[in-house]
Design a protein around this ligand. Sequence first.
Ligand code: SAM
Length: 237
Amino acid sequence: MDLDALFNDDYDFFYAAQLTPAIDARDVDSVWRALQPQRGQTVLDLACGSGRLAAPLAARGLCMHGVDASAGMLARARARCGDRVALRQLDMRELDEREAYDHAFNWFTSLTYFEDAVIADVLARVARALRPGGRFAIDLPQRDAVAARFRPCVAVERDGHLMIDLCRFDTLRGRVDTERVVVRDGVRRASFFIRLPTPNELAAWLYRAGFAEVVFTDLDGRGLGLQSWHMVAVATR
Ligand SMILES: C[S@@+](CC[C@H](N)C(=O)[O-])C[C@H]1O[C@@H](n2cnc3c(N)ncnc32)[C@H](O)[C@@H]1O
């Protein structure tokens, strides 16, 4: 995946309608509910993006750290968070810390851009980076809901500009392959896939990574159902 081709000014422009302050506030509440942190605890936002969650969580009294592989996204996070969040550029595949955080989270479909063995390795790295009893919360689209409402072409229009996702649901591999075409002062293309594990698959990876307990809810803390678009996994080390 070419990070700069995906997470750039086009991303900010087209996702602005989706990532509103109300959605940010909803997600902050979801992270808080999932992690149940104590004020003052050290929490890692893995793939923190623009810092839209790290900044308000720091304001709630957590000692926030954020990592992201994209220099552009980190620059946005620095502008938003100032020195209230410890930010650094890091590919999560190279996370290499021992018992450095009380809790960690990975939000808004930021974990499954890789082949399964790589995802499993990242989960093991997160487990090692957490203190015993620490929780790791993951937010991903819920595969059954995505499959039930699958559309091969999704277009977003803003001010006459277009972002068109041409999607293929790969049932065998459990992932969606996307060719994104942005028509905005020129035409730009990017390809990526998102692996959509079932709860069973994700739980198996998490247990193998060293987590002792895994529970699943929707974004509001309710039980998962066919209609749940989000799947939140909370794994305890
Ligand atoms: C969809 S955005 C979500 C950002 C943030 N979690 C949020 O909720 O807004 C995905 C983020 O994952 C980051 N990312 C992608 N691959 C990564 C990797 N290998 N290591 C660290 N960050 C990565 C991207 O740079 C981008 O900021």
